[in-house]
Design a protein around this ligand. Structure first.
Ligand code: ZN
Length: 475
């Protein structure tokens, strides 16, 4: 096997090589940006979905599924939204041999599929809040270079859509989504920053947008999710209104929360290393790989012990794979490291005789586990691994930010810039030009940087009423 490109100096080459080597997706399908989920990649996706479902349902959201095709007249009802999306949609214009009376859009996102129906579902204040989510594939005619999980044309997508009684209730839903995402990110061991996007970069049709960004090295950033407050921007054109307790008709305030398969890209980008992919246990296709080291001698030998270990761990609910193939053990270690399995259990003659297994985690830490306490010791070892993985990611995360005090410093900047900003669009664009990237916006939570109050705008020098902002080069 060829060595992987260097992650630090050739990140994209490294990323593409890891995706291939870890066998997560097959890019050879005949449409650019539409990839095949392999069995191994599909399992990672399923476990990611499980994390999202668990956390969103804990906040009182229910699953739904709307059709993939949207009538063009419904799609066109909200002006900003259509302006933001119409260059990115796939159209269905024929049914069989005939032109359709009303062309159909293959959903790029589902506002315009759901909201005509929400207008039928919501009648009274007793129907609110309406909190629903779906996990479906969405489609965008992406013209930039596509990359597996990060920028694709068929996207595995999580979207929550809600209707609330008023603006304050919708603000609370946004907060609840931010909390839910922090739980998801904890499970994925991903440090991130929640950033309020500037006016010119918010979601088409939103009153405000908060996005989750992660640094991926040398000043580049990856948006891994977002939450939007729509106020009445969609409920008015779609007629989603309810009768209040005083008998008045009011429009609902709406929110959305979007995540996607890009989280798998983020996991690879943040945790992966020169040995390949590294999965946190929550999404790992297999949490434990059991590898017998063949030897001749009296029974029970390593093979029988390995079968016993795998069966016991599976019975405990741990996703365990027994690799009893005839490859050399070293080749198996290499391959499962490449595929990012959190914990490997090696069982040779010595282990079989002493009723133990040698545990090695994906960060290279070793322990001997006793088969008497196999299940609890492996669970503890996995828990320690997840904590160490998060600590390693957090240490790197902190290193990626640097405070800057002048626009000159931004030229060729190789970190995510932390700067002070007066909030004006003019100064925001001056920052974007200087860094040759984007003003990501203002952090919603404190950065782990111990910063004092901001002083003066980095661009115009205005003092007072300035805030911290982040700038970087989005991937
Ligand atoms: Zn300014």
């Amino acid at each position: 096997m060829a060595e992987l490109p260097d992650k630090a100096t050739a990140f994209i080459d490294w990323y593409l090589a890891v995706v291939d080597a870890a066998n997560l997706t097959d890019k050879r399908y005949g449409v650019k940006g539409m990839n095949v989920w392999t069995p191994y990649g599909f399992l990672a996706r399923r476990h990611l979905d499980e994390v999202m479902v668990r956390e969103i349902e804990a906040t009182g959201s229910s699953p739904v599924e709307f059709p993939a095709l949207i009538p063009a007249n419904e799609f066109a009802k909200e002006k900003e939204h259509i302006k933001g999306f119409d260059a990115q949609v796939y159209w269905v214009t024929k049914g069989g041999l005939s032109d359709l009376d009303i062309p159909l859009v293959l959903r790029p996102t589902s506002e315009t599929a759901m909201y005509p129906i929400f207008a039928l579902w919501v009648r009274s204040h007793r129907d609110l809040p309406l909190n629903v989510y779906q996990i479906v594939n969405t489609f965008r005619y992406e013209t930039k270079t596509t990359r597996p999980f990060m920028r694709v044309r068929e996207i595995h997508f999580f979207e929550e859509h809600t209707c609330q009684v008023d603006e304050a209730a919708a603000d609370r839903r946004v907060r609840s989504n931010l909390d839910a995402f922090s739980q998801m990110a904890k499970a994925l061991a991903l440090p991130y920053v929640a950033v309020r996007r500037p006016e010119w970069d918010k979601f088409p049709g939103a009153a405000y947008s908060i996005a989750f960004d992660i640094p991926v090295g040398t000043g580049r950033t990856l948006q891994i999710g977002s939450v939007h407050h729509y106020r009445e921007n969609f409920s008015r054109p779609y007629g989603i209104q309810y009768e209040d307790s005083d008998g008045a008709q009011r429009f609902v305030h709406q929110t959305t929360f979007g995540l996607s398969e890009r989280l798998i890209g983020a996991i690879l980008a943040v945790h992966g290393d020169q040995k390949g992919a590294v999965f946190p246990s929550a999404v790992a296709p297999y949490e434990v790989i059991v590898i017998p080291i063949p030897s001749s001698g009296p029974e029970p030998g390593p093979e029988a012990t390995a079968v016993e270990v795998a069966e016991r761990l599976r019975a405990k609910g741990l996703r365990t794979h027994l690799d009893a193939g005839d490859e050399r053990p070293g080749a198996k270690y290499y391959r499962w490291e490449l595929q990012g399995v959190p914990v490997r259990l090696e069982i040779g003659r010595r282990e079989a005789t002493s009723r133990t297994a040698t545990a090695v985690d994906r960060l290279g830490r070793k322990a001997v586990v006793s088969l008497d306490r196999l299940e609890s010791e492996v669970e503890q070892f996995l828990g320690d691994y997840d904590r160490a993985l998060f600590d390693r990611a957090l240490a790197k995360f902190r290193e990626e930010f640097r405070v800057v005090t002048s626009l000159d410093e931004l030229k060729g900047f190789s970190h995510v810039a932390v700067l002070t900003w007066c909030g004006s669009e003019e100064c925001g664009h001056a920052v974007e030009t200087a860094i040759d990237g984007g003003l990501l916006g203002t952090p919603e939570s404190e950065l782990p940087l111990g910063l004092a109050n901001p002083d003066r705008c980095i661009s115009c020098g205005k003092v007072g009423d300035v805030r911290w902002a982040l700038a970087g080069r989005p991937l």
